[in-house]
Design a protein around this ligand. Structure first.
Ligand code: UT7
Length: 298
């Protein structure tokens, strides 16, 4: 198509992406990430009380991807369900997990963010096909006497739903006589989404800090949704953070939607940059519009 590496790198910051093979379903990728999270947490599957999977790429309406992951890992009888909040899915799932622990419903919650939106883009649409990559990230949230989650903010603007949309393929009574079942691809009015994302994320990070009664200089790392490097740098600037305090993975992964924040978190931890006790600001924004932030002491 009519594009170039120079355009993509300059406008997005993306150099490489990972594309899932046909057998690498959301459940397959999610299971791999979840197994690594359990290992990192030093927990057996039997310790997990709930599995929440943030995804809009599951193979089935039911069984949920969360149920498939629980089955594959041998997690017996957990609370298990999927959360559909597009690229903000991980923030929504995190908040649910936090509240389940707070109210005593669970001790350990496995949160998985997984998507394969590269397959949801029309390969003729240069405004989307160059952006999305596939992947999965996971973490375990556990009950503790020490506060680990200092603030959470979630919100939405449903009036902007038409700017970023992924319809289900039509079937049955939705198909007009003679209509074929194609064209159910991801649609994005990129420039409008960009402007909203920058403005909304700027207020989100300020509000999340304020909710926790913290100032920017107490932050150690920003772990942002990886949609566009220009959006990430604008958010970092708002927080007066040096780019060395921002975890960036989109150069190698592109926009992995619900997987992007847990993948960035994982990379920051495994590289040894994020250490125990660090204050992290996680944020994400996606189609709906929906968005969320969490201030976390790791
Ligand atoms: O994860 C969910 C949230 N998603 C986001 O936050 C993504 C937000 N949006 C973006 O990241 C950016 O808007 C894009 C990367 C999608 C696009 O960058 P932009 O700087 O906003 O470009 P634009 O849409 O304003 O397009 C500028 C020009 C247009 O041509 P004209 O009208 O100036 O002649 C486009 O047709 O670039 C053209 N263009 C391309 N050219 C080469 C659009 N896509 C491409 C392409 N290659 N792939």
């Amino acid at each position: 198509m009519e594009t170039s590496d120079t355009w993509i790198v300059e406008r997005t910051g993306i150099h490489e992406r990972r594309i899932a093979a046909p057998y690498e379903t959301a459940a397959f990728m999610g299971t791999k990430a979840a197994a690594q999270a359990l290992e990192a947490a030093g927990l057996e599957p039997s310790s997990i009380d709930a599995v929440i999977c943030a995804t809009t790429s599951g193979q089935n309406a039911f069984p949920s991807t969360a149920c498939e992951i629980a089955l594959a890992l041998g997690i017996k009888a957990p609370i298990a369900f999927d959360v559909a909040a597009a690229c903000a899915g991980f923030s929504y799932a995190y908040s649910l997990a936090h509240n389940m622990i707070l109210c005593g419903q669970a001790q350990h919650v496995l949160i998985v963010g997984v998507d394969s939106l590269s397959h949801a883009c029309a390969n003729t649409d240069r405004t989307t096909i160059i952006l999305f990559g596939d992947g999965a990230g996971a973490c375990v949230l556990g009950a503790s006497e020490e506060p680990g989650t200092l603030a959470i903010k979630l919100s939405s603007d449903p009036s902007r739903g038409d700017l970023l949309k992924l319809p289900f393929p039509k079937r049955g009574q939705d198909l007009a006589p003679g209509e074929t079942n194609d064209g159910a691809y991801l649609y994005m009015k990129g420039n409008d989404v960009f402007k909203h994302a920058v403005t909304i994320l700027a207020s989100l990070v300020k509000d999340t800090l304020q909710e926790a009664g913290m100032s920017e200089d107490e932050l150690d790392f920003l772990v942002p949704h990886q949609a566009n490097l220009r959006i990430i740098t604008a958010t970092a600037r708002k927080l007066k953070l040096d780019m060395s305090q921002v975890i960036v993975t989109l150069d190698k992964q592109g926009n992995t939607s619900a997987a992007s924040v847990p993948l960035a978190l994982d990379e920051g931890i495994r590289q040894g940059r994020i250490q125990r006790g660090h204050n992290l600001l996680l944020e994400s924004f996606g189609g709906g519009f929906v968005w969320g932030g969490a201030l976390v002491r790791y």
